[in-house]
Design a protein around this ligand. Structure first.
Ligand SMILES: N[C@@H](CCC(=O)N[C@@H](CS)C(=O)NCC(=O)O)C(=O)O
Length: 220
């Protein structure tokens, strides 16, 4: 059996869970210590020296870090049902969407994750506004290229949906804590995609798992 080391709060493991579910693979979930709480990571560092989630441990004990690497591995090892288009251009588009998310959107968000670690009264509002603007600029890269048929690319689920949906969930459901930041409403194509992808049964289920984890983390 495959073992996925992950947390339900992180936006990266959903991408892997989606692939495992789509391909009908059996997997168990282990939540390693020290991911969102600054505690010691202990033994987990032997499984994933990078110390982040997700990591996938194969049946023979070998471990793979990094969500994109894991998804590509699963695609190579279990090509059916495919989560990449058949043609080279389509495959490149799916990878481009994931890459824009990983490199530009996520990177623009990182300073905001650090800012919210402090109580709101201590936030540097000018810095918040600057970082929110940067996230908006990164989202502008997606706006003209996002799919218009309910999926990130084409008319079926691909790896790009696994990458984008959890990040757009952060934009839509977490970023409003920074007052005035309605980045989705300002981007109609992305917003339409975000509404539509929640209706996909598997993607919708993964999004709900994150919502449930957020509520648990708030003690509700
Ligand atoms: N590029 C990585 C990002 C993974 C990542 O940053 N995960 C965070 C959780 S949101 C983490 O494990 N952080 C723990 C830490 O930095 O100590 C991937 O795609 O797998």
């Amino acid at each position: 059996m495959l073992t996925l080391y992950q947390t339900y709060l992180s936006p990266f493991p959903p991408r892997v869970r989606l692939v495992l579910m789509y391909k009908g693979l059996d997997f168990e979930v282990v939540e390693p210590p020290g991911i969102h709480d600054g505690a010691a990571k202990g033994e987990y560092l032997r499984i994933n020296p990078i110390g982040r989630v997700p990591a996938l441990v194969l049946e023979d004990g070998r471990a793979l870090p990094e969500s994109e690497v894991i998804c590509e591995y699963l695609e190579d090892r279990y090509p059916e049902p495919a989560m990449l288009p058949a043609d080279a251009w389509g495959r490149a588009q799916v990878r481009m969407l994931s890459r824009i998310s990983d490199i530009y959107v996520v990177m623009a968000m990182l300073p905001l994750f650090n800012i919210v670690a402090a109580p709101p009264a201590q936030w540097d509002q000018a810095a918040v506004a600057r970082h929110v603007r940067s996230v908006g600029q990164a989202l502008d890269l997606l706006e003209p290229v996002i799919g218009e048929h309910g999926y990130a690319y084409g008319n079926k689920l691909t790896h790009a949906d696994g990458t984008l949906a959890p990040i757009l969930q952060l934009v839509a459901e977490w970023m409003p804590i920074f007052r005035g930041a309605d980045l989705m409403a300002e981007r109609p194509r992305l917003n339409a995609y975000w509404q539509a992808i929640q209706l996909d049964p598997l993607c919708g289920a993964v999004i709900e798992e994150t919502r449930a984890a957020v509520l648990r983390s708030m003690g509700r």
